[in-house]
Design a protein around this ligand. Structure first.
Ligand SMILES: [Zn+2]
Length: 144
């Protein structure tokens, strides 16, 4: 089963401020899912190191939720996503609101779950060719 390229893109980190991929709707298959801006929920470990003298924004991390909806007006299927985010140097976005010591930073979102579920990565086929069971044990017995 081929994987929608937009879903493969969703499996990679998405920089804050960049357009989100628009996967095909799992319900109607004709519309595309448009995502709104994610909501961050900074992790407790991340919050607790904010006052550390050596603090750098790369230490910020947490989870996020994102909501999407099918753009087909006849469908409007809601899609909920969640995953992890971290903070690193900006690559594409250059937003003034998050600078630390004159260096622009961005959040990077990695989606781990979508509901309704969508296949984000091709599932590798499990090889049916396996070695005979118990082989290592037989070898170790033979060496004794
Ligand atoms: Zn739809």
């Amino acid at each position: 089963m081929p994987v929608d390229p937009a879903l493969s893109e969703l499996a990679r980190p998405i920089e804050d401020g960049q357009p989100w991929p628009r996967p095909a709707c799992p319900n109607c298959q004709t519309g595309y899912i448009g995502f709104s801006a994610p909501t961050e929920d900074e992790g407790h470990d991340s919050v607790s190191v904010r006052d550390h003298p050596a603090f750098v924004p790369e230490w910020i991390s947490g989870t996020f939720v994102v909501r999407g909806q099918c753009e087909n007006p006849e469908c409007r299927q809601a899609v909920h996503g969640t995953g992890n985010y971290c903070v690193d140097y900006s690559q594409k976005s250059n937003r003034d609101e998050f600078e630390y010591q004159c260096i622009p930073y961005s959040s990077y979102y990695t989606v781990t779950h979508l509901h309704p579920p969508m296949l984000m990565m091709p599932i590798p086929k499990v090889s049916s060719r396996r070695g005979p069971r118990g082989c290592p044990a037989r070898i170790s017995r033979a060496l004794r």
